[in-house]
Design a protein around this ligand. Structure first.
Ligand code: GLA
Length: 387
């Protein structure tokens, strides 16, 4: 993102003064999908696409925002009880409120921001926006007293309380904790995390963006979470002596034992989650051994599970997965919440060009849509760029 561009818009749309510039990235996820809100493992990395914002306290109690990409202006008061109706501004309003709840004395500010995370592509543009502002407000009004985890939780609470998505913590975690050249394995139960160098020998990771985003994706997402919670409730009833909090605390035998207490749909969803938990651990082991064939095999298994059991894929993503398979690509799967967005593909260097070209041609022939291709560059998390 071009900082001078953001700065020139900030100067133009406000009072000619400069502020501090912050940036925060979107994310990819190698494996571990729909596991975060089930207390499982995820394997994300921050990317070189994100949100960049210039922010300056304005000495009033009004927040004045300008979205450079949408050429749209919104204002609200720091203490307004009702969120703005404009959807992008709700995220920033949410971050203001959630930062205040955690003791940051947010006052009025001017901000202009722009982004290059493709919207609706499953690369977490909303987490990038939340983390960018959470970081900025903590820096400008909180004396940096909040921890990185606080910033993550501010973003997640914004989604839950102001945007209607009951998301887990993966996206905000990746956006805040990302490190240049490193993927991260996060245990969403204990919040322990470890950095893994992203250094694929002879392989590349590439995203193919289906450029579709299906309606009702967020309500379907919340439905999946509810499926998992039904199973947890049944397990709690069956095993009152065990301290079951999420599906992380369940095993196959336990799931089988509550089969008649839950719907078949709930059972299928939980079976996917249990299998995915094992796959992430297998992938970590395989990465440590440099065994990319196993990594790729697990990615295909994840896709199959997300498509058939969790039912969050769509014809476009299934098609792209089939093209990858037919081209002999080592691993491929849909990435993120689903119902559109990207596939993530682990491709041998020598196959890259032929695969990407075939995917583009076949996708256009089938859906009459131009596929977008993003090479992955793993980058740093939220930070301040300059004053
Ligand atoms: C979305 C959510 C995340 C996570 C993924 C699926 O990106 O925001 O919390 O649940 O979907 O893995």
């Amino acid at each position: 993102m071009d900082i001078e561009y953001v700065r020139s818009r900030f100067i133009k749309h406000f009072d000619g003064k400069t502020g501090s510039v912050y940036t925060s990235p979107g994310r990819i996820n190698l494996i571990g999908e729909h596991t975060d809100y089930n207390g499982g493992f995820v394997f994300p990395g921050a990317i070189d696409k994100g949100i960049t914002a210039e922010v300056r306290p304005n000495g009033t109690d009004t927040v004045m925002l300008y979205s450079i990409d949408l050429k749209d202006r919104v204002e609200f008061k720091v203490n307004d009880a009702v969120p703005p109706t404009t959807s992008w501004a709700r995220y920033i309003y949410g971050v203001v409120q959630e930062s205040k709840k955690r003791g940051v004395e947010v006052k009025g500010f001017n901000a202009a921001f722009a982004g290059d995370v493709p919207l609706g592509a499953g690369m977490s543009s909303s987490a990038a926006l939340e983390s960018c502002f959470a970081y900025a407000l903590n820096n400008l009004f909180g004396g940096n007293k909040l921890s990185q985890w606080d910033l993550v939780l501010i973003g997640q609470a914004t989604e839950h309380n102001y945007c209607g998505v009951k998301c887990g913590i993966m996206d905000q975690f990746a956006s805040v904790f990302g490190k240049n050249g490193m993927l991260m394995r996060l245990d969403c139960n204990s919040r322990e995390h470890a950095y893994f160098p992203f250094d694929l020998q002879g392989y590349r990771l590439v995203l193919l963006d289906s450029v579709v985003k299906h309606e009702l994706a967020s309500s379907a997402y919340n439905d999946r979470r509810a499926n998992c919670e039904h199973v947890v409730a049944a397990l709690k009833r069956k095993y009152p002596e065990k301290d079951i909090k999420t599906l992380r605390d369940a095993d196959w035998e336990m799931l089988e034992s509550v089969k008649t207490d839950i719907s078949e749909e709930d059972r299928k969803r939980a079976a996917y989650v249990l299998a995915e938990k094992d796959r992430v651990l297998a992938v970590c082991e395989a990465l440590n051994q440099g065994d990319y064939e196993t990594v790729g095999k697990k990615m295909y298994e994840t896709h199959e599970g997300l498509s058939q059991a969790y039912e969050v894929s769509c014809p476009e993503l299934d098609f792209l997965n089939d093209v990858a398979k037919a081209c002999g690509v080592t691993g491929s799967r849909m990435m993120g919440g689903g119902f559109g967005g990207c596939t993530i593909n682990l491709v041998k260097d020598e196959l890259y060009d032929s695969f990407v070209n075939k995917a583009k041609t076949d996708y256009y022939a089938k859906f009459n849509k131009a596929l977008k291709v993003y090479d992955i560059v793993i980058s740093d998390g939220a930070h301040k760029i300059c004053d």
